[in-house]
Design a protein around this ligand. Structure first.
Ligand code: PGA
Length: 252
């Protein structure tokens, strides 16, 4: 059975003290009222080593928002998958549209990152999704197919089964626009069919596919109610315990 997951992506928000306080507050709220799904928070690199011990690993998993495409060495400013794993973090977001757009991360670079994450025991939360123009042209299925093929089709079925996918239409990220539940279900079902074709029906059935893009407490329930939407990747609404918990509670 695939897991339902609500994952937060803090992006470049919260200094260290604020981040620890947010993690502790969320931990307290979810200890008092246990979630009905897996909960993950993905934080800036420098927060990881402090946030991991601040939360109950049985309730909240911790992840990074990125990792390097190289093992180690003279890559000033980079943080390797091995370094991320050494903090006790278990997840890493890869291929977020902001990384693709602003830091020119190509499918080839992301392929390296996925391999390194898996080699270090991290679960990649791999993001795919089209920009507005592509949606208007009706080519969103081809866009997500190419993103999957370009970075993940070299994996074995066993390796792929360790991946969590996040479909995030770029036009919905941080914009207040949300895909309708019908739009989300349609493309999530398509993504699952692509996985089934490439890696087999069982792997496809067990893959969690999260929706991301202006997900909030008021729309989470109807998005997650779709059979092929297994939770959410949450940006802005992950920065407030009340909002994030409101989304988590959509599974209740
Ligand atoms: P948002 O971001 O919830 O603020 O739209 C989602 C994401 O980028 O993961």
């Amino acid at each position: 059975m695939r897991k339902n997951i609500v994952a937060g992506n803090w992006k470049m928000n919260k200094n260290l003290q604020e981040g620890i306080a947010l993690a502790k507050d969320l931990n307290a709220a979810l200890t008092a009222d246990k979630p009905n799904c897996d909960v993950i928070i993905c934080t800036p690199f420098i927060h990881l080593a402090s946030v991991v011990p601040a939360v109950d690993a049985a309730i909240i998993g911790v992840g990074a928002e990125n990792c390097a495409d190289k093992v180690s060495g003279a890559y000033t400013g980079e943080v390797s998958a091995e370094m991320v794993a050494s903090t006790g973090a278990k997840y890493v977001i890869l291929g977020h549209s902001e990384r693709r757009a602003y830091y020119h991360e190509t499918p080839e670079i992301l392929k390296e990152k996925v391999q390194l994450a898996l080699a270090n025991g991290l679960t990649p939360i791999f993001c795919i999704g089209e920009v507005l123009e592509e949606r208007q042209q009706g080519v969103q299925n081809k866009v997500v197919y190419d993103q999957l093929a370009g970075s993940l089709f070299d994996l074995t079925a066993e390796e792929f089964s360790k991946i969590v996918l996040a479909y995030e239409p770029v036009w919905a990220i941080g914009t207040g626009l949300t895909a309708t539940p019908e739009q989300a279900e349609e493309i999530h079902a398509y993504i699952r069919s692509v996985i089934a074709e490439k890696f087999g029906a069982e792997v496809a059935e067990n893959t969690s596919i999260l929706y991301g893009g202006s997900c909030k407490p008021s729309n989470a329930k109807e998005l997650f109610a779709n059979p092929n939407v297994d939770g959410g990747l949450i940006g802005g609404a992950a920065l407030k315990v009340e909002d994030f918990k409101g989304i988590i509670d959509a599974f209740k």
